[in-house]
Ligand binder design. Sequence first.
Ligand code: AQP
Length: 343
Amino acid sequence: MSFTPRVFSGIQPSGDLHLGNYLGAMRRFVPLQDSHDCLYCVVDMHAITVWQTPEDLRRTTLELTASYLAAGIDPKKSILFNQSQVHQHAELAWVFNCVARIGWMTRMTQFKDKAGKNSENVSLGLLAYPSLMAADILLYKATHVPVGDDQKQHLELTRDIAQKFNNDFADSIASNGFDKEYFPVTEPLIAGPATRVMSLRDGSKKMSKSDPSDQSRIVLTDDADTIAKKIKKAKSDAEPLPTELDGLKGRPEADNLVGIYAALSGKSKQDVLDAFGGQGFGAFKPALAELAVTELAPMADEIRRYLADPTEIEAVLRDGAERASVIAAETMGQVRDIIGFVR
Ligand code: AQP
């Protein structure tokens, strides 16, 4: 069966949005609006898999929505909404909890990283996180999901869940008159020079909202001065930049800063090395800071402008949720029939 090309992606309101979320995900969402049906989601139900105070969750939900808008997500072109307003996400996630196997979940590296040695005491939601993510995507029969590299494993699991559902219920899918590939096998879109932006303090760690060090990440609401200072203090090494990509091997901090420059300027890493190879960080960091400020500071102003009137943001989310609910209700109705729930 051929599915209408449709894009879904989500970001958690679990802290301050950073350059990794922007370059690895959000910025790549914008051009897709011109070629695909797109749904972009504030995945607040994912955020509560780890503790959030209600005040923080409300604030970060509005901030994340403002960031989507400031980055160029147009709510007339795309459906922009928060997950908890469309109850079918939870319903389909429950069905997928019963399709997926526990071993699939315990194998996830993100679960292992986040649970650490404390896996008996983290929330059950943290373990079932990928099942909810599969529901987010498959509720809309999304065919493409733009994400950063860290989500690759979860997307493979979404494909496994779709295939197992299609197999387990093959007879019922056919007798209800649907094509045998009821759920699509979704394609991840992971591309570009910044699919994994690393911490500014440690080139071996992913830039992350939950890193205790503020200096490890550039936050989308940072002002020009803060951005420049964070780049100046970013960990680097004493060598000049190489002229060829091979020379970045074994230099994670240099590789990361070159990757950030490439992504922000829309060039390849080799283009960046053509321009800066042979120069030290004393020359490269100020150029990177200037570029980052030029690209990011106007967006920070725009985020602040949106946040000055939260009623506009709330209206966008409500409208998006209504439009998403139409698609979600249709899929969930079909899934109920396929499973054999009486209605
Ligand atoms: N460092 C990164 N580089 C590139 N892409 C990244 N993404 C996250 N970090 C990087 C991508 O951003 C999107 C939204 O991520 P998320 O909010 O769902 O959660 P996450 O991946 O767990 O992000 P964080 O910032 O690391 O949050 P915490 O610290 O709460 O776990 C996804 O497409 C992700 O790939």
